[in-house]
Design a binder for this molecule. Structure first.
Ligand SMILES: *[C@@H]1O[C@H](CO)[C@@H](O)[C@H](O)[C@H]1NC(C)=O
Ligand SMILES: *[C@@H]1O[C@H](CO)[C@@H](O)[C@H](O)[C@H]1NC(C)=O
Ligand SMILES: *[C@@H]1O[C@H](CO)[C@@H](O)[C@H](O)[C@H]1NC(C)=O
Ligand SMILES: *[C@@H]1O[C@H](CO)[C@@H](O)[C@H](O)[C@H]1NC(C)=O
Ligand SMILES: *[C@@H]1O[C@H](CO)[C@@H](O)[C@H](O)[C@H]1NC(C)=O
Ligand SMILES: *[C@@H]1O[C@H](CO)[C@@H](O)[C@H](O)[C@H]1NC(C)=O
Length: 572
């Protein structure tokens, strides 16, 4: 009997093994772990946002992440980056998400996809398209029918593209996030989370692990977590790891422990000190997390750049600068830092580090000073800036009403009476979003700024042109002020982002080498909104070989503007 039973048991085990598909990824609530291809699995991941790095550098950055010993990368999909106008989609060039996923796969990295619709991420409006605000009463991130209809359409475009890249389908994606820190939002609308869950399941099937991320406290998890979506937490180094994971256990009594955002650094704001998080603190807490077998994503592993108008803002209104360096292990320019090597050493205690050479830091080049020629004032070049001509309206329209979601709008009216004495011009209800340059017949009168300067005095004659040039400095990306109605350098047409050296802490802008050419002269266009020196003296910019994002300016709002803009250049 015994002899007969043994082969039978052996056969059963074999059958069970054969039942496990070759590529599978899921949660095992008995071992408190993930299972990949039938085996317990723990990931060490790092965040990289493809939208903040030129496509030209994707491969280099991914390889550096692989060489740090990471199993996976985590990335956000910014909805407004891919659907600039309702129903118009862009997945080309720097927006080619599928190519990015393919590169990750080729590099041997798994992917944790934070598909949205809302991402926060210090990104303009948290990734939500500004055109959603055309319906002024819209309640974002809720069951609001117009909001859900727009989400449904977008997700219906995005997820079918993602499905072939799921791990079980041969691709790198192991997990998909449906909402981001929803427990920190005021709405607490479970029906909304249920709608998202249904939508994601419809497009991706039942097998893929769907998850949410919230601050590590019961309070946040209360509205952020939903049964069927695996609840993960985020927390910073230096705190009590046991207590943080206990919070996750309040929502997930068993299953893998996951910190989806373990902060390697921190974000910056214009006019505030550059954030720095000591390497020792990060390394120590990372070791504590890994020692208990938990899964972790290092946010950010590389931060990158808010090119063009993509930066977000926090409330009370504080816009984020162009650099998203984040004091991360790989710098904004992808350079290997002391933090990179320290964290790699910790990771090496748990993962086998890949053999081979770490790609070196790319060389930088100081091209020196470039003298600029004045093209004209904003008013003089209005025809070029706004080829479509003016929009006439009785009352001022918002950017959204004008269907212009980024950049600048010039509001012009005539002074109705003689203002011989200084006369007040005010921004009632803090209505200027975010900064307005006021002039009368071309003579500068002052600046109105959201939360800072709500009233100025002007003088001028009846009938003079009153020009108010309003700049959108980035929409709020976090919290309940998402319904947010509302400086720049271009090289060869590529928008390097805003510069504001008078405010700091960032003084230099990162210039990726791929936007420069050697065959014809490169064209640099600077839009200077305050006290341009070019009319009265030589003005210049300088290409330097090291960044300065940690300036020790006096953080006063009325600091005089600096006339020399250091731009730093990455040259291969
Ligand atoms: C991902 O890489 C694996 C090999 O590691 C390959 O078999 C698979 O075809 C790749 N998938 C995609 C979607 O590129
Ligand atoms: C960390 O938190 C746990 C659980 O709340 C607690 O028991 C422990 O004493 C805390 N450790 C420290 C060093 O505060
Ligand atoms: C403004 O002042 C000028 C003289 O400087 C005068 O001729 C004109 O009538 C005044 N306009 C109004 C609307 O008061
Ligand atoms: C505007 O002018 C008034 C009266 O001339 C003066 O009292 C006030 O301080 C001025 N305000 C500003 C912001 O300059
Ligand atoms: C810069 O502008 C000049 C003159 O318009 C043009 O000939 C040249 O091709 C431009 N360079 C680039 C890289 O676009
Ligand atoms: C930034 O400045 C602070 C304070 O001066 C300093 O402690 C820190 O090391 C600097 N960080 C970098 C990256 O230069």
């Amino acid at each position: 009997m015994l002899r007969l039973l043994l082969p039978l048991a052996g056969l059963a085990a074999l059958l069970r093994a054969a039942n496990i598909p070759q590529r599978s990824f899921g949660i095992d609530y008995d071992c408190n772990c993930f299972v990949k291809d039938g085996r317990p699995f723990r990931y060490i991941s790092g965040s990289i946002h493809y939208s903040r790095i030129p496509r030209y550098y994707w491969k280099d950055r991914l390889l550096k992440m692989k060489m740090a010993g990471l199993d996976a990368i985590q990335t956000y999909v910014p909805w407004n980056y891919h659907e600039p106008q309702p129903g118009i989609y862009d997945f080309s060039g720097d927006r080619d998400l599928e190519y990015f996923l393919q590169l990750a796969n080729e590099t041997g990295l798994l992917v944790i996809l934070r598909a949205g619709p809302y991402i926060c991420a210090e990104w303009d409006m948290g990734g939500l398209p500004a055109w959603l605000l055309e319906k002024e009463s819209i309640v974002l991130r809720s069951s609001d029918s117009d909001y859900l209809a727009a989400v449904g359409k977008w997700i219906g475009v995005l997820l079918p593209k993602m499905k072939p890249h799921l791990y079980q389908n041969g691709g790198p994606i192991i997990m998909v996030q449906v909402e981001n820190e929803y427990g920190s939002y005021f709405a607490c609308d479970y029906d909304y989370l249920r709608s998202l869950q249904k939508l994601f399941r419809q497009h991706l099937g039942n097998e893929v692990v769907l998850f949410t991320t919230d601050g590590a406290s019961k309070l946040y998890l209360r509205c952020g977590a939903l049964q069927g979506l695996y609840a993960t937490v985020d927390f910073a180094p230096g705190g009590n790891v046991t207590a943080a994971f206990l919070a996750q256990r309040s929502s997930e009594p068993t299953g893998p422990l996951v910190n989806s955002e373990f902060y390697t650094g921190w974000l910056d704001h214009w006019g505030h000190r550059h954030s720095v998080v000591p390497t020792q603190t990060v390394a120590k807490t990372l070791n504590e997390i890994l020692a208990r077998g938990a899964n972790v994503n290092l946010y950010m592993f590389i931060g990158g750049t808010n090119f063009a108008y993509w930066n977000g803002a926090n409330m009370p209104y504080m816009p984020q600068p162009t650099s998203y360096d984040y004091d991360a292990p790989l710098s904004e320019a992808g350079d290997l830092t002391e933090k990179y090597f320290a964290l790699r050493e910790v990771i090496g205690m748990y993962n086998r580090l890949p053999e081979g050479l770490i790609p070196p830091t790319t060389p930088k080049f100081a091209y020196g000073k470039i003298f600029l020629q004045k093209v004209g004032t904003v008013v003089e070049v209005l025809d070029k800036l706004s080829p479509a001509g003016p929009v006439k309206s009785t009352y001022p329209l918002t950017f959204v009403q004008l269907k212009q979601y980024f950049g600048f709008v010039l509001y012009r009216t005539m002074l109705p009476k003689n203002c011989t004495e200084p006369t007040q011009l005010s921004s009632p209800l803090n209505g200027v979003h975010d900064r307005a340059y006021v002039s009368v017949d071309g003579v500068p009168q002052g600046v109105l700024e959201r939360g800072e300067s709500l009233m100025i005095n002007i003088t001028g004659k009846a009938g003079a042109n009153l020009d108010i040039l309003v700049e959108n400095m980035g929409r709020v990306n976090f919290g309940r002020y998402n319904n947010d109605f509302k400086g720049q350098i271009w090289i060869n047409g590529f928008n390097l982002g805003r510069y504001w050296p008078a405010r700091g802490p960032q003084l230099t802008l990162f210039v990726p080498s791929n936007i420069l050419v050697s065959s014809v002269p490169n064209n640099i266009t600077v839009l200077e909104l305050e006290s341009s020196p070019c009319s009265t003296q030589m003005c210049e910019i300088e290409f330097v070989d090291r960044p300065d994002i940690n300036a020790t300016t006096q953080y006063a709002s009325n600091a005089p503007p600096l006339f020399v803009r250091d731009t730093w250049l990455n040259h291969l």
